[in-house]
Design a protein around this ligand. Structure first.
Ligand SMILES: Cc1ncc(COP(=O)(O)O)c(C=O)c1O
Length: 461
């Protein structure tokens, strides 16, 4: 494609590398430029508007623009636009945000460690697990277990934790200490006649088999998202965490709940850990922590970890870890204001009220010929596109059904997240019921378009 010289498109392809993008295709087809946002909608440079059904990257919980947060950021920049938390220095926004997080933590937590992204939070949690086992005299506990198709970020450690082969390919990753257990996707992976509870028991047995094969005394921690986001909006099947947690306790393995997507009301409780009765030793959070208006993340650590850190820093003289921008005062001030807004608008009550609207509006599409399964909790939902939903026969990957639905949805003014032939929805938490109905209507139009095309190609049924 030839662009107008000096257009944003021409400047983009001449300068930027885009994430999670086919780079050659991007050079040919150029960017889709978003110019502004309002509520749950974003507008592109052609003036078209879209409902963003996945809140950007599951993060813009309060929508795409906020005068109130802009003022808080500006005021903090005037007062103290930067300071760090190294070598005993401190500032009010970081302290106040840490206090708030400890008050609302899903289980009793002792301290907060700040970073700038979800990946860094998980990276830090990996380091803290290693630090812990070193401190308590079990330095051989170096292996970390997570799940296939889990997603924990893009840094070397966070992507090693992640069980997504597409994100390891070409990078010489995952690192050796990272092991992956079964993908607990009941719909796609259960045996004929196997109930959710039986499937969960099988998943927990597979975890225990892996632990035994690796040597329990070599395992430092287990990481899991309460609901798997980038894996496709996968809910834990009934009994899953009830079966998995005793296995972790049996071998004294630390449990880290990755709440980067689930934290702050996404699942209909403040934390996914509350929805699924998790008892983590550490919680990682980001995204809705600051409504994505500023890059900030937090690791919440319990007393057991903190005590060991104190002892280790006595021994080594220093807790030798840090990021220049960790707990940045502007990001912390904005996140603190976001937490105030959540309290004012009763974000959990809102998610409890609107969750069923989302589940029923999109749940109706289960009857659509392209849809095999729909499942969700609170304001997160996953949808499987299947050639035969009843018999669980997927589409031929070469048909790129997910990609076609993605394009058709965009034509109908809807932005969704497509993962293979899975669609995931996680709209801003401030979305209104009418917009949720609109998401379902636009998606249905997109599915109809793709179904018509596939029927013409003889690829349906
Ligand atoms: C569950 C989970 N953990 C971690 C991350 C990484 O967060 P970030 O992109 O802020 O590094 C993500 C990003 O989508 C995520 O979904």
């Amino acid at each position: 494609m030839t662009y107008i010289p000096n257009s944003i498109e021409a400047r983009d392809v001449a300068t930027l590398v885009h994430m999670q993008t086919n780079l050659r295709k991007h050079q040919k087809e150029g960017p889709h430029v978003i110019t502004r946002g309002q509520g749950s909608r974003v507008f592109d440079d052609a003036g078209r508007d879209y409902i963003d059904a996945v809140a950007g990257l599951w993060c813009a919980s309060l929508g795409f623009g906020s005068e109130r947060l802009a003022q808080v950021a500006a005021e903090q920049m005037r007062t103290l636009g930067y300071y760090h938390l190294y070598r005993h220095r401190s500032h009010e926004p970081a302290v106040a945000l840490a206090e708030t997080l400890l008050k609302i933590a899903p289980v009793p937590m002792a301290r907060v460690v700040f970073q700038c992204s979800g990946s860094e939070a998980n990276d830090t949690a990996v380091k803290l697990a290693w630090y812990y086992w070193n401190a308590v005299g079990e330095p051989q506990r170096t292996k970390i277990i997570a799940r296939r198709m889990g997603y924990h970020g893009s840094t070397c450690a966070a992507v090693s934790l992640s069980g997504k082969p597409d994100m390891h390919a070409g990078f010489a990753l995952p690192f050796a200490p990272f092991k992956h257990t079964e993908f607990p996707h009941y719909y796609r992976r259960h045996e004929p006649g196997e109930t959710q509870t039986q499937f969960s028991a099988r998943m927990a047995e597979a975890l225990e088999t892996l632990i035994q094969a690796e040597g329990p005394q070599t395992i430092a921690a287990f990481f899991a998202e309460p609901v798997m986001g980038a894996g496709g909006g996968i809910l834990p099947p009934s009994g899953y965490f009830e079966k998995v947690q005793p296995v972790l306790r049996k071998y004294d393995i630390l449990f880290v709940a990755d709440e980067v997507i689930c934290g702050f009301a996404r699942t209909g409780e403040m934390w996914g850990s509350q929805t699924y009765a998790l008892r983590p030793d550490m919680v990682t959070s980001a995204k809705a922590l600051s409504a994505a208006m500023q890059p900030i993340s937090a690791v919440l650590i319990n007393e057991r970890i903190h005590e060991a850190m104190l002892a280790q820093s006595d021994k080594l003289g220093n807790f030798a870890h840090g990021f220049t921008y960790a707990g940045h005062p502007v990001a912390a001030a904005v996140a603190l204001e976001v937490q105030k807004i959540y309290a004012e608008i009763d974000i959990v009550g809102r998610a409890k009220r609107l969750g069923p609207v989302l589940q029923s509006a999109l749940g109706r599409l289960k009857a659509h010929p392209l849809v095999g399964d729909v499942r969700g909790v609170g304001l997160i939902l996953g949808m499987e596109l299947m050639r035969d939903g009843e018999r669980r026969i997927p589409f031929d990957a070469a048909l790129n059904v997910g990609g076609r639905v993605d394009e058709a949805a965009q034509r109908h003014g809807l932005l969704v997240r497509v993962i293979g032939d899975r669609l995931v929805f996680a709209p801003p938490l401030v979305i209104e019921a009418a917009d949720i109905e609109d998401i379902a209507a636009r998606l249905e139009r997109a599915l109809n378009d793709v179904a018509d095309d596939l029927a013409r190609e003889g690829a349906l049924g």
